[in-house]
Design a protein around this ligand. Structure first.
Ligand code: MG
Ligand code: MG
Length: 268
């Protein structure tokens, strides 16, 4: 992962990152419309690829350091960076879908973990806490707070629930590059690290494991999985540091609306 330095954005640049980030949310909503037992992860990738292309943007992950697809799709024990393929989703799976786009030279990045059909209550709890930990981190994304405040807020909620916080993978600054400084870990000490100023845009992305925090690389060279084989969840927003309140540039709203429709279509 190349990190090309620390850049503060103008208001106009933040709006361009918002446009890209909202497009990511809409691409994930297209995925949400069709995700269900029996579909392959590669078919979800195709949906996102077509949607991004149709909206005059470029899938940011495609060919990134040689990554072969537009989405990272990580099922169950896979934490992140899963490669879409022939695997057919099953009732009870959880699926992290991570998407990035570049449009007007600016990137957007967001991820959502989907529950496929009926999922065990304890696994749904992992999803709920992981998403909540993201919002705890976002609450800290204001001028005067520090990276360590975001990191600690995520870690505190996850560990209070007995979960493992992945150390090896972190969030990041984002703008003209997918990965800029600073690194945004999901663990750390309050009051430590870079102090936030206006114009900083970061992707916060808790990766929270049901069991051990330890992860290993799969032999495909990309997929990161939990060492103990227990499930892992991942939610991500692109966020601009705000004076009083963080400005969430990506959105889960369209995803959640699409999921409701998807559910209805399954129960008719
Ligand atoms: Mg991402
Ligand atoms: Mg990211």
């Amino acid at each position: 992962m190349s990190r090309k330095g620390l850049f503060y954005k103008t208001k106009e640049e933040v709006e361009l990152i918002r446009e890209s980030s909202l497009l990511v949310g809409k691409a994930l909503a297209e995925v949400a419309k069709v995700i269900r037992p029996g579909v392959t992860t590669l078919s979800l990738d195709k949906v996102a690829y077509e949607f991004i292309k149709d909206n005059n943007a470029v899938p940011a992950f495609l060919n990134y350091n040689g990554f072969p697809n537009s989405l990272c799709i990580s099922v169950n024990a896979a934490v992140v960076h899963g490669i879409p393929g022939k695997y057919e989703l099953r009732e009870g799976d959880i699926v992290s879908v991570d998407c990035g786009v570049v449009k007007n030279k600016f990137f957007g990045d967001s991820a959502y973990t989907f529950a496929i059909g009926e999922v065990k209550a304890e696994i749904l709890h992992l999803l709920k806490i992981t998403e909540e930990s993201l919002y705890k981190g976002i609450e800290m994304s204001v001028v005067g707070k520090r990276i360590g405040d975001v990191a600690n807020a995520v870690q505190t909620l996850a560990e209070a629930n007995g979960y493992g916080v992945v150390r090896e993978l972190v969030g990041h600054g984002i703008g003209r590059s997918l990965h800029e400084d600073p690194e945004v870990p999901n663990y750390g000490k309050q009051g430590s690290g870079l102090k936030f100023q206006e114009g900083l845009v970061i992707a916060i992305e808790p990766m929270i494991n049901m069991g051990t925090k330890s992860v290993v690389h799969e032999s495909d060279g990309w997929t990161i999985v939990t060492k103990d084989g227990l499930p892992s969840a991942h939610f991500e927003h692109t966020v601009a540091i705000g004076k009083e309140k963080a400005d969430i540039l990506s959105s889960f709203k369209e995803i959640e609306e699409a999921l409701k429709q998807n559910q209805n279509s399954l129960t008719i």
